[in-house]
Design a protein around this ligand. Sequence first.
Ligand SMILES: NC(=O)c1ccc[n+]([C@@H]2O[C@H](COP(=O)([O-])OP(=O)(O)OC[C@H]3O[C@@H](n4cnc5c(N)ncnc54)[C@H](OP(=O)(O)O)[C@@H]3O)[C@@H](O)[C@H]2O)c1
Length: 325
Amino acid sequence: MVAMVRVHKPGGPEVLKYEEVELGAPGPGELRIRQYAAGVNYVDVYFRSGLYPSPVGLPFVAGNEGAGEVTAVGEGVEDFTLGDRVGYLVTFGGYAAERRLPVQRAIRLPDAISYQQAAGMMLKGMTVHYLLRRTFKVEKGTTVLIHAAAGGVGLLACQWAAHLGATVIGTVGSKAKAELAAANGCHHPILYREEDFAARVKDITGGRLCDVVYDGVGQATYPASLDCLRPLGMFVNYGNTSGMIPPIDAGLLSRKGSLFATRTSTAHYLAKRDHLLAASADLFDMVSGGAVKIPVNQRYALKDAAQAHRDLESRATTGSSILIP
Ligand SMILES: NC(=O)c1ccc[n+]([C@@H]2O[C@H](COP(=O)([O-])OP(=O)(O)OC[C@H]3O[C@@H](n4cnc5c(N)ncnc54)[C@H](OP(=O)(O)O)[C@@H]3O)[C@@H](O)[C@H]2O)c1
């Protein structure tokens, strides 16, 4: 029997149940791994609450990011063997002491990356990779606005964008978060609970505004995010911590400056193995070279997953949170 955190019906953090469950041997094309750490992500909240329906039905084992050691391989697996260190993202079953993992989602970890770092960055870091390198190509001279800049995705995005030579403007919920964002590459933190962030962006940029807005907050920052963009700028909605944005009015995009708008998902950017491998190689280079540090700022025992969700949803966390089996 293996310790896991399962959801039997959608609801609040209390529906995360710590249980002992039979795991079984890996099937064809699967690995069995002993996990050393599992990442906590806002997407886990969406699935737990029922905002997003579970694609694997009920009950499901929560969690979409983690790292561990291969302890068994299924039939037909050739590229991995016992003892290999692997990480993964976006496959249910993360909140567990052990799990089975489709080999197509397994990514070999370099020695320089610890299990805890991997659990704090596989989903968040590869999201930042596609947002900054593929959705909109950030480079020297780009001005970016990153909402929730002190969060898990936010702190990695600020560091990476600054490393690419961008001017980084970020919104944050408190003064302490502003200091943390500033220490992680955010040149201009804005306290968006106190200030009109679109007006501040206008001041900071001398009226030029931003080339791209990365918005994982959603309802609370839309449509003001559009006012932060220069003509032909790109609005990237990639999450909804405050709620989903309403349907986008195409006429509004025209009036605000012939803007581009997209709603992105790892399901499309990281579906292919080639993309997974290329993105993880870039991420590992950034981290092992020191350009991006993984701020694992909250650690919980696996059995305390509900508390991890409470903290995340009450905006009490910064950087990455992990569960330790
Ligand atoms: N589409 C994708 O491919 C993809 C992949 C990974 C993550 N994401 C998205 O990225 C976003 C960040 O995820 P994360 O796991 O790194 O979370 P996070 O940013 O560490 O945590 C959420 C933060 O959102 C801010 N926030 C603003 N309004 C909020 C509200 N009403 N309730 C709760 N939080 C609120 C808070 O920061 P302040 O206190 O500073 O406001 C809070 O700390 C999420 O929207 C997630 O869904 C998307």
